[in-house]
Structure formats: structure tokens, C-alpha cells
Design a protein around this ligand. Structure first.
Ligand SMILES: [Zn+2]
Ligand SMILES: [Zn+2]
Length: 496
């Protein structure tokens, strides 16, 4: 029976708790302590709370706080992975009591951000811990992949000598002050700043303890941010433009430390599908977030909207509307130009007038060939234009009023005439067809009355012309007014 359990310190790694318990226990063998606390004798997995069910059953008498979720949230590195996985990921881990978990929770490959092979600690933090509590412990933040600095003391961490990935022995270590200065790196100012920023973003994720986000969340937010940065289009160049932005933003040594330099191969998502984004290592997500939005906090807490044309309202460009040049247009449809893949906006006014603006154009009044940008003139324009013609205005007068050149006005008038002519012709033709169809229907009904016993095919043969016409112009009527189709008697061939 356990008569004592150390009270966890802030951000203390789960393993550190077991190690501290061991340092007070009378058990000399670490394996006995591990068995007692976690119910297992397997090698230690530093990423997960090993045997958490067993431990809670033994220590819950010491505090109501102790639960599986409590240890996961405050004493493991899981909160930085959880927001990037599906909800089932953590649920399944919890259900299985973290059994059968590989020694690396990130499941990363050679090319990914490397998980740490050693435990890390800050020598300054350790000094303070020793002064305040008389003992040191492992801070979970310092064990995260990519974290090599203490944000509190703004200096490099020390690396403990034991390799936690290869070590098969069960042992409990705690940081020691006399070892701390040997394994401490020096980073230049730029690298240090980048490392500190990344550590701050990791701390933000720990503080928030987010659950899984919807599948499209990251993809959509990154794309919006790329749009705002002006690197989203053309789509096929997103990855390259993102790469240039990233290599100019982060010092190369910093990206190398994270195994994320972009010299030889690119780990950047292509951003043509959201699945690829969801496979990214959490640290690489944080790199993207800071690059595109300033920090993880900004990324998660701000809503980003891509508004290449500002917030509006925009002016109406319909010279025939009462509100010409007034800011009354409230709707803009943003799209990507089919050929050159640039951003364009269709300004849709309530008067029916629609004009197109490109993303870099400041004002529609500066567009040189504005007539080419009129996508739709709308009902008000058409109505007023008809009035002008009815009042017998000259082409020059019309041209002045509708703000179009004289040749354009002439063309509009010519097109209208052509249209009216074609309309008339079409109408005439329809009349003829309808007349003939009615006549043929009469003939067809007469034929049916004359030959009441005829099957469909026999009746068709009596007047092919009528049948073909009706089939073409009113098949529905023909179907409803035709006799049955004669069923054929098929003779089944018997093959012997
Ligand atoms: Zn520190
Ligand atoms: Zn308008």
C-alpha cells in the first residue's frame, strides 16, 4: 500500500513524479517502484503516463484532483499533439491505458522534427527548485521536441546524459546541478529568439489544452492567411511561395535544429488538400502559425477573413441609376481568374449592374477599358436605355449619358436589332410548327379510329410522316395516344 505520493509540481513530467516517489522509497530497485506504481515492468515510455489506471487507483485517496484527464492535461506532452489529431486518437489511448504505445508518441519518421533522445532541464530553474523545494524535477515543456530553451530564464537547456530512447534499463533519474553546465549549448541571438518564440507557442497549447479541431480547420485557416499575405495564388505556387517566406522569416540554423530546413526537400504541405495538412508534426504547425499569423495565440484566437476589396460598400458604376457613383454596392463575389489565377471581385449592385475589379485595382474609375468589365447591365440600365431610344436621342447624346463611346452605342443598337429580327423569325417558326403539330394530331387520332385493332408498329406504317413529326415535336402526347406495342414471341434456342 502506498502511504505517500509526492504532490506534483507545475508542469512536472509524469515520469518525474515516479522518479521523485522512488527517491523517497525504501525500494532500491527502480523496477519494483515502477511495478508498484504502474503495475508494469516494461521499459519506461517517457511520452505517456504509463500504468495511469493503476496509479490512480492507489493514489486517489490523497487528492480528489487525481484522474486520468488531470495527469494527461498537466503532466504529459499530450496537449501539444491532441489539437492536431482526431478525437478518437486520445480516446483510444485513454481506453487502452497507453499500453502498446510505441516509445515515440508523435509517430514521426526520419524526416520529421526529432523527438528528444535525452531528458532536458534548465540549470537556473533547477537552482530555484533546489532552493525552494530541496529537490529538482523534470519540466514537461523542456521534454517537448523542438524545445531547447527555458522561456522563464531565456537561456539554453542542459541535456541529461541518459539516452531515454535506447536505454533498456529501468531507472529513475532526477536532474543534478553539478551535471547541468556540461551539456548546455550556446545559441546566437536570432536562433535564441526563434527558439523562445516556439517555446512560448508550445506553452500556449499546454495552457489551452485544446481538443481536436474539425478536419478542415487548419487547412482553411492557413489558406485564408496565405490569401491575406498575398501568396495563395496561383494555387500551384503556394508551396514555393510559402517556402520563400519561411526561409526569409526563420534563421536557417533554427530550422536545422528542428530538422525542418528547406534546402533539399520540402516538408511544407502543398495546400491542395486538407489531409496533408493534418499529417504535419505539431511543431511544424506552430512554425506555420507564427509565420502566417504572428503566434499560436493569434492563430487560434483571431478570426481571419480574406477581403481583397476591403469591407465596402463600393460605388455603383451604372450611369443610368440614380445612385451612380454612390457607395451603395454591398455585395462582392470574390473568385480566381481562370487563366492567370489572379483574384477578381464582381461588384453586384441592387440595380442589377455588375462590374469586375482586379485585386490590385484601387478604384473602378481608374480602369482603362471599363466596358470590358461590365458583367451585367441589369434591369434599370435596360429600362432607361429603352427610354433614351424612345425619346429619339442621337447616338452622341446616348453616348454621353451612358458613358460609352459612340461605336459601342451603335453596336448595342445593332445587336438589339439583330436580336429582334431573330426573335421574330423564331416566333414565326414556332407558330408554323404548332399549327402543323395540331393538324397531325388530328390525323393520328383519325388513323386510330379507323384501325382500332392495329398495334403501334402497324399504325406507324400507315403514315410514317405524321408519326415521325409527332415523335419529334410532341412525343409525350404521341405516347399517351398510341396503341400498345405488340409483344414478340421469342423462340428460345435450345443448344444441345
Ligand atoms: Zn529556467
Ligand atoms: Zn447600382
Amino acid at each position: 500500500m502506498i502511504v505517500y505520493f509526492p504532490e506534483p509540481y507545475e508542469n512536472e513530467l509524469y515520469y518525474s513524479l515516479l522518479a521523485r516517489y522512488h527517491s523517497y522509497s525504501t525500494d532500491i530497485a527502480a523496477s519494483s517502484t515502477l511495478r508498484e506504481l504502474s503495475g508494469t515492468t516494461k521499459r519506461i515510455n517517457f511520452d505517456v503516463p504509463m500504468g495511469i489506471d493503476n496509479l490512480i487507483s492507489k493514489i486517489k485517496k490523497f487528492s480528489n484532483l487525481y484522474s486520468k484527464d488531470y495527469f494527461i492535461q498537466y503532466h504529459t506532452i499530450i496537449p501539444i499533439i491532441k489539437p492536431f489529431r482526431k478525437l478518437e486518437w486520445i480516446e483510444n489511448l485513454k481506453k487502452s491505458d497507453f499500453k502498446g504505445q510505441k516509445s515515440n508518441l508523435f509517430g514521426n519518421t526520419e524526416k520529421d522534427v526529432k523527438s528528444k533522445e535525452h531528458l532536458y532541464y534548465c540549470s537556473e530553474c533547477l537552482k530555484e527548485q533546489l532552493e525552494e523545494y530541496g529537490e529538482g524535477y523534470w519540466n514537461r515543456v523542456h521534454q517537448m521536441p523542438g524545445i531547447y530553451v527555458c522561456t522563464y530564464h531565456r537561456k539554453a537547456l542542459s541535456e541529461h546524459f541518459i539516452n531515454i530512447r535506447n536505454n533498456k534499463e529501468i531507472n529513475f533519474y532526477l536532474p543534478k546541478i553539478e551535471e547541468s553546465y556540461k551539456m548546455q549549448k550556446n545559441y546566437n541571438e536570432y536562433v535564441l529568439t526563434s527558439l523562445l518564440n516556439l517555446a512560448e507557442d508550445v506553452e500556449y497549447l499546454l495552457e489551452k489544452n485544446f481538443d481536436a479541431f474539425p478536419e478542415e480547420y487548419y487547412y482553411e485557416k492557413y489558406v485564408t492567411l496565405m490569401e491575406i499575405k498575398g501568396i495563395a495564388y496561383p494555387v500551384l505556387q503556394r508551396e514555393n511561395r510559402l517556402k520563400s517566406l519561411m526561409t526569409s522569416y526563420y534563421p536557417p540554423e533554427f530550422l536545422e535544429i528542428l530538422n525542418s530546413d528547406l534546402n533539399n526537400s520540402s516538408w511544407l504541405p502543398k495546400f491542395t488538400s486538407n489531409k496533408i495538412v493534418n499529417n504535419l508534426h505539431p511543431i511544424r504547425h506552430l512554425l506555420l502559425m507564427r509565420l502566417l499569423s504572428g503566434s499560436a495565440r493569434d492563430f487560434y484566437e483571431n478570426e481571419y477573413l480574406y477581403k481583397p476589396f476591403g469591407t465596402g460598400p463600393w460605388i455603383c458604376m451604372n450611369p443610368l441609376a440614380d445612385h451612380y457613383l454612390k457607395k451603395v454596392v454591398k455585395k462582392v463575389d470574390v473568385s480566381v481568374h481562370g487563366l492567370n489565377r489572379t483574384i477578381q471581385g464582381d461588384m453586384k449592385c441592387s440595380c442589377g449592374f455588375i462590374y469586375r475589379v482586379r485585386a490590385w485595382e484601387q478604384s473602378p474609375l481608374d480602369i482603362k477599358y471599363f466596358n470590358n468589365r461590365i458583367m451585367q447591365k441589369g434591369h434599370i440600365w435596360e429600362q432607361k436605355f429603352n427610354d433614351l431610344i424612345e425619346h429619339k436621342l442621337t447616338i452622341t447624346e446616348i453616348s454621353n449619358i451612358i458613358k460609352m463611346s459612340r461605336p459601342t452605342v451603335s453596336k448595342i443598337l445593332r445587336d438589339r436589332k439583330k436580336l429582334t429580327k431573330t426573335d421574330l423569325k423564331e416566333e414565326e417558326k414556332n407558330k408554323k410548327v404548332n399549327k402543323k403539330t395540331s393538324e397531325y394530331k388530328e390525323i393520328w387520332l383519325d388513323l386510330r379510329a379507323k384501325h382500332p385493332k392495329y398495334y403501334r408498329n402497324e399504325l406507324n406504317n400507315t403514315n410514317r410522316a405524321v408519326y415521325t413529326w409527332l415523335r419529334k415535336y410532341d412525343n409525350e402526347w404521341l405516347e399517351a395516344n398510341s396503341p400498345k406495342i405488340k409483344k414478340r414471341n421469342y423462340v428460345r434456342k435450345i443448344i444441345l
